[in-house]
Write a protein that binds this ligand. Structure first.
Ligand code: COA
Length: 152
């Protein structure tokens, strides 16, 4: 079954919107060394589930996918990236919360998972802030999970 398109959603500070024509270029332009370090080379036409907006500014993206052999039924793998100038203000945390609400309300997925390298301190801080709990370790990093319906 295809994944449902994300509806525009906001918590009053951050707004999630599906990518529009032209957003891919902005997402590529917003990559810095942290992107390549933690997320790899990245494609030239990124199409995440949602772009993160603060007012009229595109500040990053959140995404989820199902194509990993370590995922159990009900689990999705979540990823995120915030442009360097927009970090340290809680936007990524807010965006992930909004993505989990989308998963809860519009999909049958029950559990969000993250794979984070031990050295990626900012991402681990975000995960713990949002109530993700470590469930072991994979080759590519620590494996953390959170039910989509729980409150952080
Ligand atoms: C991982 C990443 C998204 C985290 O970004 P971030 O801005 O630090 O994350 P948050 O949105 O949780 O913001 C947390 C910071 O905002 C501050 N903050 C301010 N208001 C806040 C609020 N309302 N809620 C939460 N945090 C808030 C926090 O104190 C924290 O500050 P600190 O960095 O000085 O401790 C970012 O570093 C990034 O894009 N990294 C590269 C990509 C990456 O690693 N992706 C994940 C791969 S597993």
């Amino acid at each position: 079954m295809p994944e449902p398109e994300l509806q525009v959603s906001t918590d009053g500070v951050v707004t999630l919107k599906p990518p529009r024509d032209g957003d891919a270029q902005l997402l590529v332009a917003g990559r810095d060394e942290e992107f390549f370090k933690w997320l790899g080379p990245g494609g030239e036409s990124p199409s995440p589930v949602a772009c993160i907006w603060v007012g009229t500014e595109l500040v990053g993206w959140v995404d989820y996918d199902l194509e990993h052999d370590w995922l159990q039924p009900g689990e999705v793998n979540v990823g995120y990236y915030v442009f360097p100038g927009a970090r340290g203000r809680g936007y990524a945390s807010r965006a992930v919360e909004l993505l989990l609400v989308h998963l809860l309300e519009h999909t049958k997925h029950t559990t969000a998972t993250l794979v984070i390298r031990r050295e990626n301190v900012r991402s681990l801080r975000l995960a713990h802030r949002l109530g993700f709990v470590q469930h072991g370790e994979l080759d590519r990093g620590l494996f953390l999970v959170r039910e989509v319906g729980s409150i952080s």
